[in-house]
Design a protein around this ligand. Structure first.
Ligand code: ADP
Ligand code: MG
Length: 263
């Protein structure tokens, strides 16, 4: 079977007035259907660039991305993108915000509207569907952003630090909710995070990236029992800390090698 997402030999060069900058060099990895992968690595190693290429928002200088065996040539409804900032429109109600992604693809059907209402209920937001974003907490707003992403039925979700602006408790609750929701629907996902525990707790594999230029340094499989456990339980499982230390060690080694010079 073809992987859900195949990323091959991505090299990306940003060209600006200041010259050319190699952001990615021969980055590759695959995602099976329903697989959850996290990207961790220093700031500037190209994580967001990879997500933007998968989403079809930027064309890589070299290499290609295939989704379900078909090359990505531009944005598609198969890919849902969720960011750190929720980008909800303050003048639209929560339900109306949930429907924005669908509206971009055409007229919203009655069935799609029902699905949005169902998803809002599933996220514990049924009572706020008629409210406005300014009346909601950060965690609730991110749940609305998740509904807005899921309601378009993407095969793959791209999550760019979606929990990093939230307090710890809210973040754990949302990790749990996202994990359950994606598992139940067998969606594939790529999560970018600075939080190593989050990466391990949510993923089937963790990709550690290096920069200068951005590349894959290591790919680590998360052991089966940790994978099966919910993000909250995963943190208490044997093997979790060993994996944490291994990833931590990789990141420390990169910092040490850089030895103070700030590139
Ligand atoms: P990360 O998400 O890992 O922090 P990014 O993918 O945002 O990294 O950026 C990778 C590198 O490419 C950074 O050094 C960044 O400054 C540079 N970069 C990102 N976008 C642009 C752009 N539009 N033009 C020029 N350089 C860019
Ligand atoms: Mg980024």
């Amino acid at each position: 079977m073809k992987p859900a997402v195949g990323i091959r030999d991505l090299t990306h060069v940003y060209v600006s007035g200041k010259g050319a900058f190699v952001a990615l060099e021969r980055v590759g990895f695959t995602l099976e259907a329903g697989e959850f992968v996290s990207l961790v690595g220093p700031s500037g190693c190209g994580k967001t660039t990879i997500l933007s290429i998968i989403a079809g928002l930027i064309e890589p200088t070299e290499g290609n991305v295939e989704i379900g065996g078909r090359p990505v040539v531009g944005p598609s409804h198969k890919v849902g993108y969720m960011l750190q900032h929720d980008y909800l429109f303050p003048w639209r109600t929560i339900l109306a915000n949930s429907l924005i992604g669908l509206e971009l693809h055409g007229k919203v059907t009655g069935e799609q509207r029902k699905e949005a209402v169902r998803l809002l209920a599933e996220m514990g937001l049924e009572d706020v569907a008629g409210k406005y974003p300014g009346q909601l907490s950060g965690g609730m707003r991110q749940r609305v952003a998740l509904v807005r992403t899921l309601v378009t039925s993407p095969d793959i979700l791209l999550l760019d630090e979606p929990f990093s602006a939230l307090d710890y408790q809210t973040k754990l609750v949302l990790e749990q909710l996202v994990s359950e929701t994606l598992k139940a629907r067998r969606k594939s996902a790529v999560l970018v995070t600075h939080d190593i525990t989050e990466a391990i707790a949510m993923s089937d594999k963790v990709i550690v990236m290096d920069r200068g230029p951005g590349r894959v340094r290591r790919e680590l499989a998360v052991p089966e029992p940790i994978r099966e456990a919910s993000p909250m339980k995963a943190r208490e499982m044997p093997g979790f800390h060993a994996l944490f230390n291994e990833i931590w060690g990789e990141l420390e080694e990169m910092e040490a090698r850089r030895g103070g010079h700030d590139d």
